[in-house]
Design a protein around this ligand. Structure first.
Ligand code: NAD
Length: 360
């Protein structure tokens, strides 16, 4: 029996999670053995328990095979002390489960190629995956701070640091992801200037010898930023550290032109993972039934692929999403002028029906 924790969170989180659960129900109806248990997180948990990550929620996550996460946050919580803010709950959860491998696909569905700010011929068919290390690098390195020199001038400083073991486990996650795709991995660093990324390149090269079936290449980060807009389809999996990955993954997501379509995964060393849309809780549209549930549904597909080793079910869900788009279904965020707009629940229903029809 597969055990899933369902953390819907705030804003549009519960609306889009409900649609992902419809999709899961289709698979259950076909005999898939899966149990789900919901728990509060983020602002909803603050309202109920005064804590954005209650102990019971963390315990549920620990004993689950994977976590399907909606979104958290809202303006009403921005006035709370830092420890009680919804975002703290998310960060504590990532840390408690040691979710060090952040996978962010950027895929352009052919039906939506015109939504990108790049020319359709550059992005049509784009399907890349960025594997960003999430728990190390300059964001966590010590010492850090702002000090005052003897002459009174202020100096800000951070430490870019990676240990061999941190690089090694990130590299394994990257190579394994490449194995599930097109067997090509491009590792991005700045080894011409930064020693910590020289070590990154050395260790990734060593780990690469264990994956002779994956073609490894290396690229400097400035070139990678340029190549992502010049010819993004040259990439399959991009593996990189925390700060470079932060920037490159946002750049890549914009290639697709629609935030409501993009899922993500954060994995630990056991393959346990948390799966969530890259967008937030969208308080500006919450409660109106117009949010796009596809990033959440595609997060469920990633969950099957990366935590449950069921690429077959992941592909079926992705194919159902594509068929739904092909049939002309559009929520407001992805509709072009003149296209008919459907609601969150209609989109979820359409994907669930396409999935049920698509059984082979
Ligand atoms: P956002 O991603 O929530 O929204 C940005 C814009 O995109 C909004 O106009 C929103 O309506 C739109 N949008 C987002 N998802 C959509 C969807 N599925 N369908 C249609 N339109 C969609 O970012 P924000 O407005 O900067 O942040 C809102 C709240 O979300 C804040 O409290 C922020 O802290 C939080 N947040 C949470 C997460 C997370 O849960 N992982 C991530 C980012 C932001």
């Amino acid at each position: 029996m597969i055990r899933l924790a369902i953390l819907a969170g705030d804003g549009i989180g519960p609306e889009i999670i409900a649609e992902a659960l419809k999709v899961l129900d289709v698979l259950r109806g076909e005999g898939l053995q899966v149990s789900t248990e919901a728990a509060a997180v983020g602002g909803a948990a603050v309202d109920l328990h005064g804590d954005p990550l209650p102990d019971a929620t963390l315990e549920l996550c620990r004993r689950s095979d994977a976590i399907l996460f909606g979104a958290i946050g809202g303006p009403q919580y921005d006035v709370l002390p830092r420890e009680q803010r919804p975002e703290r709950g998310l960060l504590r959860l990532r840390k408690a489960l040691d979710l060090f491998a952040n996978l962010r696909p950027a895929r352009v569905f052919p039906q939506l190629a015109a939504a990108s700010t790049l020319k359709p011929e550059v992005v049509a068919g784009l399907d890349i995956l960025i594997m960003r290390e999430l728990t190390g690098d300059i964001y966590f390195g010590e010492p850090r701070g702002i000090r005052i020199e003897a002459n009174g001038e202020r100096v800000g400083f951070n430490t870019m640091i990676y240990s061999e073991s941190e690089i090694r486990r990130a590299a394994h996650a990257g190579f394994q992801a490449a194995r599930r795709r097109h067997h090509r991995l491009c590792s991005v660093d700045k080894m011409n200037v930064l020693e910590s990324t020289q070590l990154w390149r050395d260790v990734v090269t060593e780990v690469g010898r264990e994956y002779p079936d994956v073609e490894l290449s290396h690229m400097l980060v400035d070139n990678a930023a340029m190549q992502l807009v010049r010819n993004p389809r040259q990439f399959d999996v991009i593996l990189t550290g925390n700060i470079f990955g932060d920037i490159l993954s946002d750049e890549a997501s914009m290639l697709t032109g629609s935030i409501g379509m993009l899922p993500s995964a954060s994995l630990n060393a056991t393959g346990q993972g948390m799966y969530e849309p890259i967008h937030g809780s969208a308080p500006d549209i919450a409660g109106r039934g117009i949010a796009n549930p596809l990033a959440q549904i595609l997060s469920l597909a990633m969950l099957f692929r990366h935590s449950l080793d069921r690429s077959d079910l992941a592909e079926r869900i992705e194919t159902a999403v594509e068929a739904t788009l092909e049939a002309g279904c559009r929520t407001a965020d992805i509709a072009q002028a003149g296209e008919k707009v459907i609601s969150t629940t209609q989109m979820g229903d359409a994907v669930a029906s396409a999935l049920a029809r698509g059984r082979t």
